[in-house]
Design a protein around this ligand. Structure first.
Ligand SMILES: CC(C)(COP(=O)(O)OP(=O)(O)OC[C@H]1O[C@@H](n2cnc3c(N)ncnc32)[C@H](O)[C@@H]1OP(=O)(O)O)[C@@H](O)C(=O)NCCC(=O)NCCS
Length: 161
């Protein structure tokens, strides 16, 4: 299994993160990532391969009081199905628990089976549907919610934003 070095995204990582995101539907522009990284309510982590430093994945969202959101998670296309997404989400939930979050919401394209399975197996449950929410292509959004409990904290991530 690849060793992961997971830490918050810094402003000098943003261009590289945006390039990785460019592999996916609904990719964000660099400016969008810059705003997310500097937002007072934003949280954001990346995973690099240890020890060579290759960017493998990132995850970002926002947190308000005890409620967090995941806005994006992506794993480098050539490195998928190696449990990187699952490990990053597990780490992120522990990190969010350390920041005080106790519940987490997210939305995803209704046809995104990979993400749906990943989130389900990470403890999220469907709690709503937004019709025709996504464009290019037009698609419904599934809304999911997950509890963030002590077991996530036990996964061992320390907030170092
Ligand atoms: C969704 C995504 C992050 C998954 O990352 P990953 O590192 O490949 O996922 P993992 O290897 O950790 O897989 C964990 C579980 O997710 C599910 N999964 C992952 N890829 C899958 C696929 N292609 N088809 C079906 N299920 C899949 C499986 O349940 C898997 O568990 P298993 O390996 O025990 O079967 C990745 O496919 C990705 O970056 N997609 C593009 C961006 C995206 O859609 N992000 C989510 C919406 S914001």
């Amino acid at each position: 299994m690849i060793d992961l070095d997971i830490r918050p995204i810094r402003s000098d990582d943003v261009a590289e993160v945006a390039r990785l995101d460019g592999e996916n539907l609904s990719a964000w522009a660099i400016d969008h990532f810059s705003r997310a990284v500097s937002s007072p309510h934003g949280w954001h982590l990346l995973a690099r391969a240890a020890p060579d430093g290759t960017l493998l994945a990132f995850i970002c969202g926002q947190i308000l009081d005890d409620e967090a959101e995941i806005h994006k998670v992506a794993v480098r296309k050539t490195c998928r199905r190696q449990q990187i997404g699952r490990r990053l989400i597990r780490h992120a939930l522990a990190y969010l628990h350390g920041l005080g979050a106790r519940t987490c919401f997210l939305e995803l394209r209704a046809t995104n089976l990979a993400a749906l399975n990943l989130y389900r197996s990470s403890g999220f449950q469907r709690c709503g549907l937004r019709k025709k929410y996504y464009t290019s292509p037009l698609e419904d959004a599934i809304i999911m919610q997950g509890a963030i409990g002590e077991e996530q904290q036990a996964a061992g991530a320390t907030p170092t934003a």
